[in-house]
Design a protein around this ligand. Structure first.
Ligand SMILES: [Fe+2]
Ligand SMILES: [Fe+2]
Length: 149
């Protein structure tokens, strides 16, 4: 099972959201492993997860949010921030696919397999994304410390 740890190395206030996300992702992972949810429950859980992820992205993207804080500290990281924004767009597409799969879920092994495949693809990419964000905060401040020496 994939170990979900979004907060390693971050000292940012979005850590709370990362905690909540981790909790929901683990919940979803357990649900997939047990394969005992019907379409209705799946859709509710999926919607909860997608809403939280969307509001998390919003907090990172908004004026004065995480991305602008990093850029205010270190404008040289613009290119990396652009990549992260682009990834948000890709995650939104994957979440749409996920919702579509949940809506037509019939509980067959094939349905579960399709969900699992998409979930683990998403999870891998998402954890890597969050790691990159956490690393960026450190990068922004470390270089500053180095510059002031
Ligand atoms: Fe993000
Ligand atoms: Fe994030």
């Amino acid at each position: 099972m994939t170990k979900i740890d979004l907060n390693r190395g971050t000292d940012h206030e979005i850590a709370d959201e990362h905690d909540e996300l981790r909790r929901l992702l683990q919940q979803f992972q357990r649900l997939l492993a047990a394969r005992n949810a019907d379409r209705h429950e799946l859709t509710i859980r999926m919607t909860g997860l997608a809403n939280l992820i969307e509001s998390h992205f919003g907090h990172e993207e908004e004026e004065g949010g995480y991305f602008s804080e990093v850029l205010a500290e270190a404008p040289r990281l613009q290119q990396k921030i652009d990549i992260l924004r682009q990834q948000h767009a890709e995650f939104r597409t994957t979440l749409d696919q996920f919702r579509a799969l949940s809506r037509v879920h019939r509980g067959s092994p094939r349905c579960w397999q399709a969900l699992e495949q998409l979930f683990y693809y998403f999870l891998g990419e998402f954890l890597e994304h969050e790691r990159m964000e956490n690393g960026l905060v450190q990068e922004a401040y470390e270089r500053d410390l180095g510059d002031s020496e």
